[in-house]
Design a protein around this ligand. Sequence first.
Ligand code: 5GP
Ligand code: ZN
Length: 113
Amino acid sequence: MSQCIFCAIAAGDLPAEVVHRSERFVAFRDIAPKAPVHLLVIPVQHVASIAGADGLDAADRAEMPVFIAETARRAGLEDAGYRVATNHGEHARQAVFHLHWHVMGGALLSETM
Ligand code: 5GP
Ligand code: ZN
């Protein structure tokens, strides 16, 4: 099993509630949701954070925003709206060092992150 928990989820070695996947991306429910709907979108390819996005394949970089928007659409979040966020490093309190996008919605979210 991979040392990285999100690599393990992408490989199917660690259970997760997957809601959408492609060859290159996986979307699954956050284990400790901070909104009524809180999904995480990860590239299958490991990079530690957005700061390493230049290490992703060109195809990953092209698909990433489209996959995130499609994940939100399938979750029924498009009409009312949703937030997409990613954390890099200590000041952002990044806890898992595999690039992931938080997709949150299902209620009026707080003005602060
Ligand atoms: P970060 O602070 O790194 O941006 O957020 C990491 C997110 O991953 C947190 O919202 C946390 O609840 C979620 N998380 C951590 N471990 C797991 C896990 O094993 N499974 C799932 N589904 N989510 C996790
Ligand atoms: Zn990883």
